[in-house]
Design a protein around this ligand. Structure first.
Ligand code: 8BR
Ligand code: GLC
Length: 466
């Protein structure tokens, strides 16, 4: 029997409330999580239309407008900086370009920020998992200057140090290195409808000017690589990210991936489950190499842009386009293809409005983990920074995407009525959840990281017996 909209809303409301209880009760069972490799400082600026127009006029509006249509994809001048910001606004798309000019770095620093936050997938996840979920967390920091260390919140968040012949785990604030560099990513956030000259943003998003040479090379600290065996003794899960920045032109890209490969072998020998957090990887060779590496991971998290970019390599352009356009059955085909290609146990896909997981095991806990992740994401959208579990509980009152209910119906027609979001495909399980959408989010950066880490960690926690 087809459910009415009201019945659906009621059903998912109760599934959400149960998932929150199940996940939060289970989180304390986790012994430790390793987060590597990218941590940086996010300097967030909420754009002001008039201020931006003034700066653009001063630098030269005509040249900047030409560059919007011929994007250089990197920043060597102020014109290119503003062209990047305007292009991101015009398309409503998240973009990240590297700053390759001292003049621009100095200008950005002087322009300033409204708020500093810990950045990078590893850094963001550390404050969430350690600071909010209270799961002991070991995080890799390529540099550890005071400005960055102070952005880590209180809680069981540790970095490895090696002093006087001894390996120790301490809070990043207790391991500050005054002479290390501040790796700052300037994040320009804009709301839907944001107007500058004749350009209006079709949706909220952000442009990132990345002034950081360490994460760009996936620089690994010595303490971390030399004492990796000691580091992993303290964890039962690992989340890896930050490899998307590698470029072919760096002679070292293969060396970096070999090192990661060796670290994955250590994790696998110790039965530590690992998740790879995908991010848009511009270089095709690196993207191919990352697909090959996936066979060593338990789980992968990605959005529609990232899944489509993988289909350009292991599927075809048509499938890639359909994934990008949001055809749900194409997304499912793409997930199957990625699982066939890599043998990975779990694929977690997230997009605006709904999340899906394809797993080689079957359990309702997969669904509860996705629901918990959607609450965390809504809290992140609402508050910018999530500081407590009660903020995540508040997200229970955020409306569930009604558009997602239509997709759920399509799935029902194809696979038969799903059992509360769980679809048995024989040898695999497909899990679908309608997400919660915050109408006016405070900021958008880091929501994807919040979704993937919350789902992976809480699913594993629920599988551990009390
Ligand atoms: P990525 O950064 O990996 O693309 O993840 C962003 C995710 O954030 C989207 O897939 C979407 O699920 C979620 N999201 C966005 Br964007 N805006 C949101 C909002 N206003 N409320 C809840 N989730 C949102
Ligand atoms: C990228 C950016 C970083 C940001 C993160 C959020 O890694 O470089 O600044 O914090 O994405 O996901």
């Amino acid at each position: 029997m087809k459910k009415s909209l009201r019945e659906k809303i009621r059903l998912w409301k109760s599934l959400y409330a149960n998932a929150f209880e199940n996940a939060t009760n289970a989180l304390p069972r986790i012994g430790g999580v390793l987060l590597a490799y990218n941590t940086n400082i996010d300097a967030i600026k909420y754009l002001d239309g008039k201020d931006l127009e003034g700066r653009i006029e001063k630098v030269g509006k005509n040249r900047i407008f030409e560059l919007i249509e011929n994007p250089p994809e990197r920043i060597t001048s102020l014109e290119e900086l503003f062209a990047g910001i305007l292009r991101s606004i015009k398309l409503g798309k998240a973009m990240e370009w590297f700053v390759e000019s001292k003049e621009v770095s100095d200008y950005l620093r002087k322009w300033g920020w409204d708020e500093l936050r810990i950045g990078g997938q590893a850094g963001i996840m550390a404050n969430l998992l350690g600071g909010v979920y209270r799961v002991p967390t070991i995080v890799h920091v390529p540099q550890n200057p005071k400005l960055q260390a102070e952005l880590f919140v209180d809680g069981p968040i540790y970095v490895p140090v090696f002093e006087e012949g001894k390996f120790k785990l301490v809070h990043p604030r207790e391991a500050v290195k005054e002479n290390e560099e501040e790796l700052i990513h300037y994040i320009f956030e804009f709301p839907r409808g944001f107007q500058v000259f004749n350009i209006a943003a079709p949706r909220e998003n952000r442009f990132i000017a990345n002034a950081d040479e360490y994460n760009a090379r996936v620089h690994m600290r010595n303490e971390f690589r030399e004492h990796f065996n000691d580091v992993v003794k303290n964890v039962d899960l690992a989340i890896i990210s930050g490899l998307h920045v590698l470029k072919e032109s760096y002679e070292t890209y293969k060396d970096v991936l070999n090192e990661v490969d060796a670290q994955l072998d250590v994790l696998n020998e110790r039965n530590i489950r690992s998740h790879f957090e995908f991010a848009y990887t511009a270089n095709r060779k690196v993207r191919r190499a990352l697909i090959n590496l996936l066979s060593k991971f338990t789980s992968v998290g990605l959005n529609e842009v990232e899944l489509a970019s993988l289909m350009q390599i292991i599927g075809d352009e048509e499938l890639a386009r359909e994934v990008l356009e949001g055809h749900v059955f194409s997304v499912i085909d793409a997930m199957h293809l990625l699982m066939d290609e890599t043998g990975i146990q779990r694929i977690h896909f997230h997009t605006y409005g709904y999340y899906m997981a394809l797993t080689q095991y079957k359990n309702e806990k997969v669904r509860d983990a996705l629901l918990f992740a959607a609450l965390a994401a809504a809290a992140k959208a609402m508050y910018g920074n999530v500081e407590s579990l009660s903020q995540i509980r508040d997200a229970l009152s955020v409306p569930t995407s009604e558009r997602a209910f239509l997709i759920e119906e399509e799935l029902g027609r194809e696979f038969g009525e799903a059992e509360n979001g769980v679809i048995d495909l024989g040898d695999r399980q497909l899990t679908f959840i309608p997400a919660k959408i915050v109408t006016s989010p405070k900021s958008t950066v880091g929501i994807g990281d919040t979704i993937s880490s919350s789902a992976f960690v809480s699913e594993f926690a629920m599988f551990l017996s009390p």
